[in-house]
Design a protein around this ligand. Structure first.
Ligand code: ZN
Ligand code: ZN
Length: 234
């Protein structure tokens, strides 16, 4: 069995709801690996804390946002993974996966939708750092509904709409997580009804099945089973 250290970072209007989204997706991903006999599991290593000093202002079409530069985040994640590996010498783990509630930014100008959607991968001395922003998957009505429900007179049906919006958020995010895991094990984009087929719009993403096509799945399973296996040593 191989493990991927799992963490999340950032804040949301509601801390309780973000936890629900993050941990439901975490559980669903592990269930997917379990049910499909993939010897891979996420291992939660705690919420990541970033020093506020890292925050920078980014100017976008939607106005100013506060965000962490990717470079700083990757540094912190690398250090976290090294620490976790040291703490757990008995398990196989050389990857860390982080969900962020904020958009991913770097010194480049603000990413457009397509690029924002993609996760970030970086390899440092054989350790893989994966970061995926939850932001592009968030249904726009979610924060509106949350504010409405926190107010005096929420409209009829707001609670039901919030539930539906949260479920949509989780479904989108799970596919995004599976997509990045695929890349983490060397998969490239494909053209099938598959999480490895990257979409040009969020509607297209919603129409995708929450899993891999046969050829991507076989490749993933082989890559996981063979990962870290060094024939020289046999
Ligand atoms: Zn991709
Ligand atoms: Zn595929």
């Amino acid at each position: 069995m191989e493990f991927i250290a799992f963490t999340y970072v950032g804040n949301f209007i509601s801390e309780g709801l973000i936890k629900e989204v993050v941990f439901d997706v975490f559980d669903e991903a592990n269930r997917f690996f379990d049910e499909n006999d993939v010897p891979l599991r996420f291992l939660y290593v705690g919420k990541l804390r970033l020093e506020p000093g890292y925050l920078i202002d980014i100017y976008t079409q939607e106005g100013k946002i506060r965000a962490y530069p990717l470079e700083a985040l990757v540094d912190v994640l690398h250090a976290k993974l090294l620490h976790e590996i040291e703490e757990r010498p008995d398990i196989k783990m050389d990857k860390i996966f982080a969900l962020t509630t904020f958009p991913l930014v770097s010194r480049n100008p603000y990413f457009d939708f397509y690029e924002r959607f993609l996760g970030i991968h970086e390899t440092r001395l054989g350790l893989r750092i994966m970061v995926l922003s939850m932001k592009p998957f968030e249904p726009p009505e979610l924060s509106v509904l949350l504010r409405e429900l926190a107010g005096e007179n929420p409209a009829n049906g707001s609670k039901e709409r919030l539930r539906a919006s949260l479920e949509l958020f989780k479904a989108r995010l799970l596919k995004g997580v599976l997509h990045e895991i695929g890349h983490g094990f060397g998969l490239e984009h494909c053209n099938n009804d598959c999480v490895m087929n990257s979409p040009s719009s969020i509607e297209e993403w919603d129409s995708r099945l929450p899993g891999y096509c046969d050829s991507c799945f076989i490749r993933l399973k082989r890559a996981v089973e063979w990962s870290g296996f060094d024939p020289q040593q046999e």
